[in-house]
Design a protein around this ligand. Structure first.
Ligand code: PLP
Length: 428
């Protein structure tokens, strides 16, 4: 693997950008590598600036559900760009995208577009606080909701704890308004509502927690959240930034048959361009400016390129049996990988929902909470990541990031990927 140009650019970047990157995980610090600099892409592969080709199992951390450089998305972006890239006023694309999202999400009457998942969650929380006139937010340890101050909070010790900031720069006054709970812990959840019920503005959970591995929650737990929120006048925010249009057109709300008060979106609905959105019932969304007192705005919000690309993605997803194909791709990948690793007596577990896949390098792992895999599994994953890269497969650059498949993956590419990963696995 030649990395001459990559090293050159990384050296330049490190002199002028923190860690040389625009987002920390890209630095490959966790796996001990250096960032990839991508030149171009097509379908399930991309090429770096040293002309190495990789099968991509990361898919830009989820947005690229159609694969890289899908011809219809590229065509849409090109056509829209000719007419202009931003106007600071409205376009038809945002109306059409809003209609498409709302059609699939019965809890969402109205929607507001923003520029990232972080912005969507930050705005949803402000909305919840503005609507309820309460301050406290309940969040689960191990769930990531972007980097708004109130979400960069980790748990203290005890059943129900006020949060401690997990990043420098988050004021204590902010983190003390976030209460951290254990995923799947019914008793802690009940207790939190018992103690703080009339002060809780909202409870937030990822559709399926997928930022600390894939921590699949029971339907009972999701329904308990909904019931307790409702009973206590708190809002239930379902963060579907990853799961929205990924595990089905109705996301985790449909998967669990739940009706959140506010839903946050990102990733897929922007077709690979920067996007976020939050939506809810009309009476809640009524409180947002210009109609109500909760202020939220954005120079580039509803950007025509992102809106048109998102529109096209959702059209393609609705045209064919997309989610059946994604499930089949996921099942094939899972079965083939387990078979190969069994054959070579290498420890492996896979957690999977449709095309979201968590690879764990130990036997019989079924974590539902953070910190349930061994240090050894993490070390092995990091080694496996590097060996896979050398064999031409780009896995998520951390043992706690999930992999994503796309509609461009098929039997042929999956079997090539597994061949390469099997070779990589021999080096473990
Ligand atoms: C569930 C969830 N919410 C929010 C975010 C933040 O989104 P963004 O990175 O677009 O700000 C992420 C990012 O991965 C996420 O996975």
């Amino acid at each position: 693997m030649k990395l001459e140009n990559t090293e050159l650019y990384f050296d330049r970047a490190k002199k002028i950008m923190p860690g040389g990157v625009s987002s920390p995980v890209r630095s490959m610090n966790a796996t001990g590598g250096i960032p990839l600099y991508i030149k171009n892409s097509s379908g399930v592969t991309f090429n770096d600036i040293d002309d190495n080709t990789y099968y991509d199992l990361c898919m830009s951390f989820g947005p690229l559900i159609l694969g890289h450089s899908h011809p219809r998305i590229v065509d849409t972006i090109q056509k829209v760009a000719i007419d202009g890239t931003s106007f600071g006023t409205c376009t038809t694309y945002e109306v059409e995208l809003a209609e498409k999202i709302i059609e699939q999400h019965p809890s969402t009457d109205w929607i507001r577009f923003v520029n990232s998942g972080t912005e969507a969650v930050m705005s949803a929380i402000r909305l919840a606080r503005g609507y309820t006139s309460r301050d406290l937010i309940l969040k689960f340890a191990g769930c990531y909701h972007g980097h708004a101050d109130s979400m960069l909070v980790k748990s203290g010790s005890g059943l129900v704890t006020f949060g401690l900031s997990s990043s420098a720069g988050v004021p204590e006054d902010t983190s003390k308004n976030t209460i951290i709970l254990k995923l799947g812990d019914h008793e802690a959840l009940k207790k939190a509502f018992e103690i703080f019920g009339d002060r809780i503005a909202a409870i937030i959970i990822e559709g399926i927690p997928a930022n600390n591995g894939l921590l699949i929650q029971s339907s009972e737990f999701m329904h308990l959240i909904q019931t307790l929120a409702k009973k206590n006048g708190a809002l239930f925010i379902l963060d579907e930034v990853i799961t929205g249009f990924r595990i089905g057109s109705g996301g985790a709300a449909a998967y669990y048959n739940i009706q959140p008060d506010i839903v946050t979106f990102g990733k897929i609905i922007g077709g690979g361009l920067p996007v976020g959105a939050y939506g809810g019932r009309k009476e809640l969304m009524d409180t947002i400016a210009p109609l109500g007192p909760v202020y939220q705005a954005g120079t580039l919000s509803g950007n025509p390129l992102a809106m048109a690309a998102g529109n096209e993605v959702l059209s393609i997803l609705s045209e064919k049996n997309a989610y059946e194909i994604l499930e089949n791709n996921g099942a094939l990948f899972e079965n083939m990988m387990i078979e190969e690793f069994d054959k070579n007596s290498k420890p492996l577990s896979i957690r999977r929902v449709g095309s979201i896949i968590w690879i764990i390098m130990e036997e019989d792992a079924k974590p539902t909470q953070p910190n349930m895999i061994s240090d050894n599994a993490v070390i092995k994953y990091n080694q496996f990541h590097n060996l896979s890269l050398e064999n031409g497969v780009y896995l998520p650059p951390s043992a706690f990031e999930v992999a994503f498949l796309s509609l461009s993956h098929n039997e042929h590419s999956i079997s090539n990927i597994i061949d390469k990963m099997s070779k990589a696995g021999e080096g473990l």
